[in-house]
Ligand binder design. Structure first.
Ligand SMILES: [Zn+2]
Ligand SMILES: [Zn+2]
Length: 692
């Protein structure tokens, strides 16, 4: 499989010069509005615009293969000398004698220009030269396969696989949190057996952003799959931190990519496109395939006044639309919500009001540690109001450390203090930033609320701000904390009182805007439960995508696309792999069923020792139960149960039964019947019989 060297090699980017650290410290943006200075660091692609005339109002586009040809022709313009030469050589391909030579030469040249470069400098995908247009006349284009291993019909564990012939590109590698059907499970990751079976074709895992539902499974998946990882700086910074906690059998290759850059992955090229989201450095991915572009939205929102001044790269997205987007994979988290998601800046004004209103009180603000911009706004407001900031919670401390080191946060001198220094200040001079906005039982906020925190004791003058919205399923946990806080006399401010939180996900209008710019031929809503995906489908139809071109899929289902059609066809292995402690995947449905059984009805253990040769009971039977009945108040029941077991066991022995499996089954049956008759309960019964 690895015969063709060029094809199997991801042209890895040179490690970035560390001195070129991020320069986008937060700066006031609104002044510049209208002149959106997105991606000032890039050269805007200087393209002649032969396509202007075919930029109709959004409608489903003409067959993409036609448009693609056009785009190809246009692209021949700004080529480098090497690329022109390669193209010239290709034009000779029909001349029989020169054909072979030209191919070899073109491939060689193409490989020379295929390193990832900033957009605008590069002008033509080298892979086209190498493998497609070249053979294209005779060999038809191959098939594109797109499948999700997670993130469809469920929230979390996002993972998408895009496959063209011999090459596989993986987008994201996230985890999900267990639901009530999975007692004791710590987290859930996707089943990646398809990727393990095809490991030699996996060109890389491309990360859209650093949220757990997009990166959380990496340490587990890398145990079984040696794939390089590509992502922006903050994403990789967070991943590195995670990898340090796990010992991997090898040193994983992490490649930093900046928005605007493209990585060659076999016959595909993966372009990172800046988007806004509730974590910095988030990207969408445009995967350029020989069949056209697959646009993966990642998680995104459109924020026209973002704190870091970097607006989602609408210009580039519009260009991609003109080039011809074959398939749009768009996140659907907020597809049910009308309108636009408000800017992160609106939270800033709410925070300002809160700081003014509670001038004389200590503020404890809980939010997501990954929302660097939110944390920055809290720090800014504290600084303006002459407060010192103490940070609580391991993940919060880690992220603030990494983000400020990488230049994503700007910490005014002396604003941060250690928790131990708090006593040197009056309460109104302090802001505490903490984890626990989702009610997590181990979090700092939880421990504060239940007076279990060693450094922070609540006072009734404290104000707790929950700068987050409950992730579905966490409402009860959060409610528990809020109840504990108000019972302690603390004022609680949450998003039902003030706009202390905005979503990081696109609402209906933003999804429409993306569709209008991209004009995709096919569309598959991703990231969401059925209701979110259906809402996404409706938006697509509203925007004029024919229903037959919209695919509501499920994990493991394969969307197969060729030059003139697309269809859901076949499946690959997929599912939930449960992680419990150090065990990955060893918890299966049987274990879960047992755990559920135990958690619902408890356990009854029967212990006895027998002498099979003498057909005699030597000791017991004894009965021990857990979670079944309160034994002290059920002595009679337990006594009768012992009699039942003794009778059954005696019967078995006198009849000369020697098979322990049979004896145990008989005990289980008889005891279960008795217990159900007496209690209408069905505990798990576990007979332990030993032979002397
Ligand atoms: Zn996200
Ligand atoms: Zn997400």
């Amino acid at each position: 499989m690895a015969k063709d060297k060029n094809k199997n090699e991801i042209t890895a980017k040179e490690p970035k010069d560390q001195s070129k650290k991020k320069k986008n410290t937060p700066r006031a943006l609104p002044k510049k509005e209208g002149k959106a200075d997105i991606n000032e660091k890039r050269n805007a692609p200087k393209k002649s615009a032969p396509e202007k005339k075919d930029a109709p109002a959004f409608k489903v586009s003409a067959p993409q293969h036609k448009r693609r040809k056009k785009a190809g022709a246009k692209d021949l313009h700004g080529m480098s000398a090497a690329q022109k030469e390669a193209a010239r050589l290709i034009s000779l391909e029909n001349k029989a004698e020169e054909k072979k030579q030209a191919r070899a030469h073109a491939a060689e040249l193409a490989s020379k220009v295929s390193s990832p470069e900033k957009r605008g400098k590069r002008s033509e995908p080298p892979v086209h030269l190498k493998s497609h247009r070249h053979k294209g006349m005779k060999k038809p284009l191959g098939k594109l396969k797109v499948m999700c291993l997670g993130g469809l019909m469920e929230i979390g564990k996002n993972m998408t696989v895009i496959e063209y012939e011999n090459d596989i590109v993986v987008v994201d590698c996230g985890l999900a949190f267990p639901d009530e059907e999975m007692p004791g499970v710590d987290l859930v990751i996707p089943d990646v057996s398809y990727l393990i079976q095809n490991a030699d074709r996996v060109r890389g895992i491309f990360i859209t952003h650093g949220h757990e539902d997009h990166i959380g499974a990496i340490p587990y998946v890398l145990q079984q799959l040696r794939a390089p990882i590509y992502g922006t700086r903050l994403s990789l910074g967070i991943i590195e931190g995670k990898l340090e906690e796990h010992s991997l059998p090898f040193h994983p290759a992490l490649h930093t990519v900046e928005a605007g850059e493209t990585v060659t992955a076999g016959a595909m090229r993966v372009e990172f496109i800046h988007v806004n989201h509730s974590i910095a450095d988030a990207c969408a991915l445009a995967i350029h395939t020989p069949l056209g572009i697959v646009y993966h939205s990642g998680d995104f929102k459109l924020d026209v006044s973002p704190l870091d001044g970097q607006i989602m790269d609408l210009v580039r997205i519009g260009e991609l639309g003109k080039e011809g987007v074959k398939l749009l994979l768009c996140e659907s988290t907020n597809a049910e919500r009308a309108g636009f998601t408000p800017s992160e800046r609106t939270v800033g004004s709410s925070l300002e009001r809160i700081f003014q209103q509670y001038e004389s009180r200590r503020l404890i603000i809980a939010t997501f540690s990954s929302n660097v911009h939110r944390v920055q706004q809290i720090i800014n407001a504290s600084y303006r109001h002459g407060r010192k900031v103490a940070v609580l919670g391991r993940s919060m401390i880690n992220v603030i450390g990494a983000a400020s080191e990488l230049g994503y946060m700007d910490l005014p001198d002396g604003v941060l203090i250690d928790v131990s220094e708090m006593k040197r200040y009056r309460p109104e001079q302090i802001t505490l930033i903490t984890t626990g906005s989702q009610g997590e039982p181990m979090s700092a906020l939880y421990r504060i609320a239940f007076s279990e925190h060693k450094d922070v004791k609540l006072a009734s003058s404290d104000v707790v701000v929950l700068s987050a919205h409950a992730i579905p399923g966490n409402e009860k946990l959060i409610g528990k904390i809020v109840n504990a806080l108000v019972q302690g006399g603390v004022k609680v401010v949450n998003d039902s009182v003030e706009d202390v939180h905005v979503s990081g996900h696109a609402c209906k209008e933003e999804i429409k805007l993306l569709m209008a710019l991209l004009r995709p031929e096919y569309y598959m809503p991703i990231h969401g439960e059925a209701r979110h995906l259906y809402a996404g489908k409706e938006i697509g139809e509203f925007m004029g995508i024919p229903p037959a071109n919209i695919f509501l899929s499920d994990i493991g289902k394969v969307l197969e696309i060729d030059a003139d059609k697309a269809m859901l066809r076949g499946t690959v292995p997929s599912g939930k792999v449960m992680v419990d402690g150090a065990g990955v995947g060893d918890i299966g449905s049987v274990v879960l069923r047992d755990r559920k059984h135990l958690s619902e009805d408890g356990l009854v253990v029967v212990v006895a020792t027998v002498d099979l040769s003498e057909s005699m009971i030597m000791s017991g039977p004894d009965i021990v139960s857990r979670g079944f009945v309160y034994v002290k108040e059920s002595e009679e029941l337990m006594f009768e149960a012992r009699c039942i077991v003794a009778k059954t066991l005696d019967g078995c022995l006198t009849r000369g039964m020697h098979d322990f499996v049979e004896i145990k089954a008989k005990i289980r049956d008889d005891l279960a019947k008795f217990i159900y008759k007496q209690t209408k309960r069905k505990p798990m019964i576990l007979p332990i019989i030993m032979d002397l």
